[in-house]
Design a protein around this ligand. Structure first.
Ligand code: KG4
Ligand code: ZN
Length: 351
């Protein structure tokens, strides 16, 4: 089975093609990504109107390129999947409409993919991860701990009470003059910094539960930057980046440990910890989670770096997993700005 996946919910336009090959390494047939980072850079963040237009300008070309890379014709596809939410609605509509048009023309099944489910299932493309697994979903718009019981069956154990973790990285990077997107910039700057230079707050740490909070942390960075001599020195920026990254990694581990404890009390033993979303690209966070999993005695799976940030392959793979179960959607399904993962069980068709 061959499935095309389209992604356009934020600032990457992407088309991927996957096949249900037995060997994980043989599953990706095409992976084309056009990033809009340069278009948004002057604004220090994603501008929805610019994003939607940029998706529209390029998406047809990306589909053609993906088919070319996979060496197949449109008619050879078994299904067409597109992100139908959550995300910036103008962009989501571009991908959803393109996917539906292709499905209508080819008379192939259409699969409306929840972008978060895409991040949640990517680890299963690269590794044979079995249900149920604990998922730490960390991106620019989300920060959640979920028990993935199966396709469409997600139980949220905790979420952020304010900002997403990626947002904390992005806004702090902006304050430090590092530019956009912030996560990779902070990671690079942190390499030369002292992680103990600043004693930053650890919101909710050592408290019960699996929720997150980042607004206090962001404020602490802002205050330190305001008080620092200007222009900021390279040492200040590196030390703050390292301190912030270490603090975030500690928060991730504390909350994830609580999730394992909570599940153990219920007699639920996840097969693994999986990390997904753009922030999963951070190697310091990966290293801390690896150590945690060692202590917990469970394997740790992180998607390959290229599949952590938004891409079409994750949407194609989710489409394939759903298609195998007969979970296809009608062409009247709507694009949605909000679409919590826990709502999927109640609302299989997403319409
Ligand atoms: O999943 P994603 O590509 O888009 C959303 O669905 O939000 O995640 C983007 C987020 C951004 O906030 C970006 O700064 C963050 O992922 N990110 C990182 C790293 N690479 C990307 N954060 C920390 N370290 C990184 N290496
Ligand atoms: Zn994402």
């Amino acid at each position: 089975m061959l499935v095309l996946g389209l992604e356009s919910s934020c600032d990457e336009t992407a088309a991927g093609i996957v096949e249900d090959a037995a060997a994980p390494a043989a599953r990706i047939k095409a992976n084309i990504i056009a990033t809009q980072i340069e278009a948004h850079r002057p604004y220090g963040g994603v501008v929805p109107e610019i994003a939607a237009r940029a998706h529209l300008d390029i998406i047809d070309e990306l589909v053609t390129e993906a088919l070319h890379q996979a060496g197949i014709k449109l008619t050879q596809l078994d299904g067409i999947a597109a992100t139908c939410g959550p995300g910036l609605i103008g962009g989501v509509m571009v991908g959803a409409m393109t996917g539906k048009a292709l499905a209508a023309v080819t008379k192939k099944p259409f699969i409306a993919v929840n972008h978060l489910e895409g991040h949640a299932l990517t680890a299963r493309l690269a590794h044979d991860v079995l249900f149920p697994y604990l998922l730490l979903l960390v991106s620019g718009g989300h920060c959640q701990l979920l028990l993935v019981e199966g396709i469409s069956t997600y139980r949220r154990l905790g979420t952020t009470l304010d900002d997403a973790v990626g947002e904390c990285f992005d806004k702090s990077a902006k304050l430090l003059g590092l530019g956009y997107p912030g996560g990779p910039m902070i990671e690079a700057a942190a390499q030369k910094g002292n992680p103990k230079a600043f004693a930053l707050p650890h919101p909710l740490m050592h408290r019960a539960g699996c929720d997150f909070s980042f607004s206090g942390l962001k404020t602490a960075v802002r205050l330190a930057v305001t008080e620092a001599a200007k222009p900021l020195t390279e040492t200040f920026v590196a030390d703050m980046a390292a301190s912030l990254q270490t603090t975030i990694a500690a928060i991730m581990c504390d909350r994830t440990t609580n999730a394992f404890r909570l599940l153990a009390r219920e007699g639920v033993h996840p097969t693994a910890l999986v990390v997904g979303g753009g922030v999963a690209a951070n190697s310091a966070i990966r290293a801390s989670l690896t150590t945690l999993c060692h202590k917990q005695g469970v394997p740790f799976f992180a998607p390959p770096l290229a599949l952590c940030t938004d891409n079409g392959v994750m949407i194609a793979w989710t489409g394939l997993e759903r298609l195998r179960l007969g979970l296809t959607d009608s062409l009247s399904v709507r694009a949605r700005p909000r679409w919590p993962l826990e709502e999927m069980r109640a609302n299989q068709s997403a319409s």
